[in-house]
Design a protein around this ligand. Structure first.
Ligand code: PMP
Length: 290
């Protein structure tokens, strides 16, 4: 089955999907992106993802050059050309082709890429048994630098934290800010449960405002579960009754232990399980059908 990629105005086969070496997205990580998932031909929370893309682009003064409705149509069209019922979309907007200097105003047109493919972030066993994680020594960028809430093409910080996880023999790493407060994982938002309430670090601390994070907060509230966006240290995490991560690729994944401290009884907790189930129910419903 051919994989059709949208690259700067054209639909091409995967092997022909190429960009210029002068694209500032490649040269400088100058650009923004989204990871979007579709379930049974439902583009889950497409609008929310596109809104975040435009917010990220605005922050870096990148004019995407088309409306959110146009982009919606383009995403739908690319999905239709790829005959998949379930999959993952990587939507990239780069500064485009320019000169070798940093100046983004020397770039002509923004680059736009839509890849439709498959993804499985973590093996299935972690959804039943829980995922062990460690804390990375690489700190999350501070909110006094380029806002870490921008989903930019510059992921080196997260990659280095991910490498720490891999070297430790686990799949994911928790990242702290410079004050040692918990922010999020390398590609997922972070939640704990204590005495029946759900806690997650506030986004102003530098966590990405995850689309999945927002969905899970809503689902918990609908269940009458208290949700609090609160700053937390590793102490609260080690002492939690339950822990889970959220992300488009990861969905809702239970955490079994953090830095070798077993969370609860080391199995997915009751609230985590309920939220995983509720989440699975909305993925085919909330969004845009194609
Ligand atoms: N944090 C980071 C750093 C991410 O890159 C992502 C997306 N992979 C998330 C959190 C989760 O966000 P979302 O639920 O919108 O995918």
């Amino acid at each position: 089955m051919a994989e059709i990629v949208y690259v700067n105005g054209e639909y091409v086969d995967r092997k022909d999907a190429k960009i210029s070496v002068f694209d500032h997205g490649f040269l400088y990580g100058d650009g923004v992106f989204e990871g979007i998932r579709f379930y049974k031909r439902n583009l889950f929370k497409l609008r929310e993802h596109l809104e975040r893309l435009y917010s990220s682009a605005k922050y870096i003064l990148l004019d995407i050059g088309r409306s959110i409705d146009d982009l919606t149509e383009l995403v739908i069209e690319t999905c239709r050309k790829n005959d998949l019922d379930d999959g993952y979309i990587r939507l990239v907007v780069s500064r485009g082709e320019g000169t070798l200097g940093l100046n983004p105003y020397h770039c002509s047109n923004p680059g736009l890429i839509i890849i439709v493919s498959k993804i499985q972030l973590y093996p299935e066993e972690f959804y039943t048994n829980g995922l062990p994680i460690i804390t990375a020594s690489t700190r999350r960028f501070g909110t006094d630098t380029v806002s870490p809430r921008v989903k930019s093409l510059n992921y080196l910080n997260n990659i280095l934290a991910k490498v720490e996880a891999v070297h430790a023999g686990v799949q994911e790493a928790l990242m702290l800010d410079r004050n040692g407060l918990v922010v999020e994982c390398t590609g997922d938002n972070f939640f704990i449960v204590k005495r029946g309430a759900v806690y997650t670090p506030p986004t102003y601390q530098g966590a990405l405002r995850g689309v999945t994070r927002d969905v899970v907060i809503e689902l918990a509230k609908k269940r009458g579960i208290e949700v609090r966006e609160e700053r937390m240290t590793l102490y609260e995490c080690y002492d939690a009754d339950e822990c889970f991560l959220t992300g488009t690729a990861a969905q809702v994944v239970p955490v079994s232990d953090i830095d070798h401290r077993i969370i609860g009884n080391g199995r997915p907790g009751d609230i985590t399980k309920v939220l995983m189930e509720d989440f699975n129910k909305v993925t085919t419903v909330d969004g845009v059908k194609f």
